[in-house]
Design a binder for this molecule. Structure first.
Ligand SMILES: *[C@@H]1O[C@H](CO)[C@@H](O)[C@H](O)[C@H]1NC(C)=O
Ligand SMILES: *[C@@H]1O[C@H](CO)[C@@H](O)[C@H](O)[C@H]1NC(C)=O
Length: 372
C-alpha cells in the first residue's frame, strides 16, 4: 500500500514540474512607459490560439492576477495564450489618465500593452489568431480594458471590464493619476459625448470594427462608484449606436440572483450586481462565452441562466474573421496593397508591405508597422 501512494505523489510532483509557468518577456518592443510583460502559454496550445490580455488592479501584479483569477486555468482548458501586463508605477495602478496612454500610439501604458500583443502575434511558433485578441481587467485593469478598446479598436475583438470607468474618464493630464471626480461617479455625460471621447482616443478617422464590450459593476462599490457602470454603458452604447436608456433586454437574476444583465445587442452587455462591492467576482465562464472561446462554431453566443433553470441563449452573428486588423484589399498593379490599418511590416511578417493609396506603411515597433 505504500508504493502506490509514493508513486502517485511522485506523479503529482512530476505533473507540477511540467505545468506551464508565467514567464517575463523583456524585449517585446517599444516601451517608453516601462510596463512589464508576463506571458502564460499553456502546455497544450490550440491551433491558432486566441490571446487574452488579463490586466491587474491597483496594488496588483501580473503574478497576483495570474494566481487570483481563472484565466490561466481556462487557458489550460481552451489552449489560449494569456498576457499579464504589469504596471510600472509604485502604486501598481495603470496609467489611464495621461495623454500618452489615452492616445493611440502615444507611448504610454496602453501602447506598451498593444506592443505586447503585437510581439505575441509575431511569434511564428505560437501562430496566434490576430482576429481573436481579447482584454479583461479588474478596477484599474478594467479602466485599462476600456482605454485599450478606445485606443486600439482594430487590435481587440472583445473586452470585459470589472468595476472600471469609461475610457478617458480618469484623465488628469498626469501619469497614473487618480481622478476622484470620475471615481466618485461625478463625471456624467451624454452617450454622444462619451462616444466622442472614445473615438478621439483611437486612430484618426478610424471607421473599422470595434471590440464588443461586457461591462460589470456592483451597486455597492464605494471605490469606483456605480455611476461609472451607467457612464461606461453610455460610452459603448454611443459608439455602437444603441440607445443607452433602452437596452434590448434587462434580464433579472442573470447571471445569478441579485444581478441584472442588460443586453443592448451583440456588441454590448452590462452586468450589474445589487449589493456587490468593489470586490467584484470574476465570471471566467461568462468571459469565455463573450469572447467566443466557448459557445461553439466560432459564432458569438451568449448563454445566460435565468433563476436556476431556464436557459436564455442569445445567438448573434459571427463577426467576419480578422476584418479589423489584417485584411488586404485588391492588389495594386505590379504588386500588393495592404488596406488602411493593416499590418505592413515587422519581424516575422510575411504579408504585403505596401499600402493602398493614400496610406503609407508607418513603423510602430520592430514587430509591427501599420498602414496609416
Ligand atoms: C477628471 O476627469 C474629468 C472627466 O471625467 C475631467 O472633466 C476633470 O477635469 C478631471 N479632473 C482632473 C483633476 O483632471
Ligand atoms: C445605473 O444603472 C443601474 C442599473 O441599470 C440603475 O439601477 C441605476 O438607476 C442607474 N443610475 C442612474 C443614475 O441612471
Amino acid at each position: 500500500m505504500q508504493l502506490p501512494t509514493l508513486a502517485s505523489g511522485f506523479l503529482a510532483l512530476a505533473a507540477l514540474a511540467h505545468a506551464a509557468q508565467l514567464s517575463q518577456i523583456t524585449n517585446f518592443g517599444a516601451n517608453p512607459s516601462g510596463a512589464k510583460m508576463y506571458l502564460y502559454v499553456p502546455d497544450k496550445l490550440a491551433a491558432n490560439p486566441p490571446i487574452v490580455v488579463a490586466i491587474h488592479y491597483c496594488t496588483g501584479t501580473a503574478q497576483a492576477y495570474f494566481t487570483g483569477t481563472p484565466y490561466a486555468r481556462l487557458a489550460d482548458t481552451h489552449g489560449f495564450i494569456v498576457i499579464y501586463p504589469e504596471s510600472p508605477y509604485s502604486g501598481g495602478c495603470w496609467d489611464v489618465s495621461s495623454p500618452a496612454s489615452l492616445t493611440h500610439n502615444g507611448g504610454g501604458n496602453s501602447n506598451a500593452i498593444a506592443n505586447m500583443v503585437q510581439w505575441t502575434l509575431s511569434q511564428p511558433h505560437y501562430a496566434a489568431d490576430p482576429s481573436r485578441v481579447f482584454a479583461v481587467g479588474t478596477s484599474s485593469g478594467a479602466m485599462m480594458t476600456n482605454v485599450l478598446a478606445a485606443t486600439y479598436p482594430a487590435l481587440f475583438r472583445a473586452g470585459s471590464a470589472y468595476a472600471g470607468v469609461p475610457a478617458g474618464c480618469f484623465s488628469t493630464g498626469t501619469e497614473a493619476g487618480w481622478n476622484s471626480t470620475c471615481a466618485n461617479g461625478r463625471s456624467v455625460a451624454t452617450q454622444d459625448a462619451w462616444a466622442a471621447t472614445a473615438r478621439a482616443m483611437g486612430p484618426a478617422g478610424y471607421a473599422g470594427p470595434r471590440p464588443r464590450m461586457r461591462v460589470s459593476h456592483g451597486s455597492a462599490d464605494d471605490v469606483i462608484y456605480p455611476q461609472n457602470f451607467n457612464e461606461t454603458l453610455k460610452q459603448w452604447a454611443g459608439v455602437f449606436g444603441y440607445a443607452y436608456g433602452a437596452p434590448r433586454e434587462a434580464l433579472a437574476g442573470v447571471p445569478r440572483a441579485g444581478w441584472t444583465t442588460h443586453v443592448y445587442g451583440e456588441n454590448l452587455v452590462g452586468v450589474y450586481g445589487a449589493g456587490v462591492t468593489h470586490d467584484i467576482p470574476i465570471d471566467g465562464a461568462a468571459d469565455m462565452e463573450w469572447f467566443g472561446i466557448t459557445g461553439g462554431g466560432g459564432a458569438v453566443t451568449t448563454t445566460t441562466r435565468v433563476a436556476s433553470s431556464t436557459l436564455v441563449t442569445l445567438t448573434t452573428t459571427t463577426r467576419t474573421s480578422s476584418a479589423a486588423a489584417v485584411t488586404t484589399t485588391a492588389p495594386a498593379l505590379g504588386g500588393c496593397a495592404a488596406a488602411r490599418w493593416a499590418q505592413c511590416g515587422g519581424i516575422g511578417f510575411g504579408g504585403c508591405k505596401t499600402c493602398v493609396a493614400p496610406y503609407t506603411c508607418k513603423f510602430s515597433n520592430d514587430w509591427y508597422s501599420q498602414c496609416l
